[in-house]
Design a protein around this ligand. Structure first.
Ligand code: C2E
Ligand code: MG
Ligand code: MG
Ligand code: MG
Length: 278
């Protein structure tokens, strides 16, 4: 085995660790370059009124388009962007792209609400509210046509998170809790959260058509949302049976491959025009 006598006096050398950290360093460098060179694309996934089948909005989902490696999933690079802090500049770029594009669609006669995911790290960036205001001003998108998706993890610091979300809502922007039911959700504090929409996590939708517990959970979430005047949306719908089970349990909004996969801008544009023609 190779021995290294580094300045911290470590005597051994684990080749797998070294390989991993090298890959990680390469990945971070690539990601930094990609941010500078804007090698990303925003895909848009339709949000559907599952009763009427009509389009109500779309979620912006980022993809890294690497010149050699092709399309890289956000599951692979968002965590790295978060850990390194690169999510701050990347997140601003994503928000600006999504707002700019949605403004274009508005001007073409498509009044849709775009939802943009925000990392916990972004919530706690100190100039977040000013950054969002600037992006809205710059792009001309009215605030009510923007929604931000956050996860329950931010509520570990409940008071701080609540105060920040309140400032965002005061601008007129909507807030949605993503992946609801998987994190720190507590029915005792949900009533005090400055939130407009609860997005039920895909794990409850996956088996809702044949699992009574998932049905009961969805029903409970819908009941609570209604009593708090919040909207509910289901994510990860792939089957007609799931749509039926959701309707039975009072959930009227949904998103999933059954309706459409996330689409590149041009494809979503075509989708919009088809939807309008229906
Ligand atoms: P998320 O916000 O919960 O987004 C939902 C994910 O489920 C998306 O994966 C979407 O493509 C996928 N999905 C939608 N419908 C279905 C379905 O019917 N079946 C299945 N199996 N999957 C479905 P994606 O695009 O790979 O994004 C993964 C996660 O990466 C997102 O989860 C979000 O946490 C994060 N992410 C994506 N874009 C952004 C972004 O712009 N900013 C930040 N901070 N995070 C992002
Ligand atoms: Mg989301
Ligand atoms: Mg989600
Ligand atoms: Mg998720």
């Amino acid at each position: 085995t190779v021995k290294s006598h580094g300045k911290n006096g470590y005597e051994f050398f684990d080749p797998t660790m070294e390989a991993k950290s090298l890959e990680r360093i390469l990945m971070e460098n690539e990601l930094r370059k990609a941010i500078e060179q804007e090698h990303f694309q925003i895909y848009y996934q339709p949000k559907i009124d599952i009763v009427t089948g009509k389009l109500t909005g779309m979620e912006a989902l980022v993809r890294w388009v690497h010149p050699e490696l092709g399309v890289i999933s956000p599951i692979r690079f968002i965590p790295i962007a978060e850990e390194t802090g690169m999510i701050i500049s990347l997140g601003e770029w994503i928000l600006r792209q999504a707002c700019r594009q949605n403004k274009l669609w508005h001007d073409q006669g498509f009044p849709l609400k775009v939802s943009v995911n925000l990392s916990a790290r972004q919530i706690y960036q100190k100039d977040l509210v000013d950054m969002i205001k600037n992006v809205l001003e710059e792009t001309g998108l009215p605030p009510e046509w923007l929604e931000l998706e956050i996860t329950e993890s931010i509520f570990v610091k409940l008071e701080e998170a609540t105060a920040i979300l309140q400032q965002i809502r005061d601008i007129g922007i909507r807030i949605s809790i993503d992946d609801f039911g998987t994190g720190y959700s507590s029915f005792s504090y949900i009533k005090s959260l400055p939130v407009d929409t609860i997005k039920i996590d895909a794990s409850f939708i996956r088996d809702i058509h044949h699992n009574q517990e998932s049905q009961a959970i969805v029903k409970a979430i819908v009941t609570i949302a209604q009593s708090l005047n919040m909207n509910v949306i289901a994510e990860g719908i792939e089957l007609d049976d799931q749509v039926a089970a959701l309707q039975e349990n009072g959930c009227d909004l949904g998103q999933g491959y059954l309706f459409s996969r996330p689409l590149a801008t041009d494809d979503f544009d075509r989708y919009l025009r088809k939807d309008l023609a229906q």
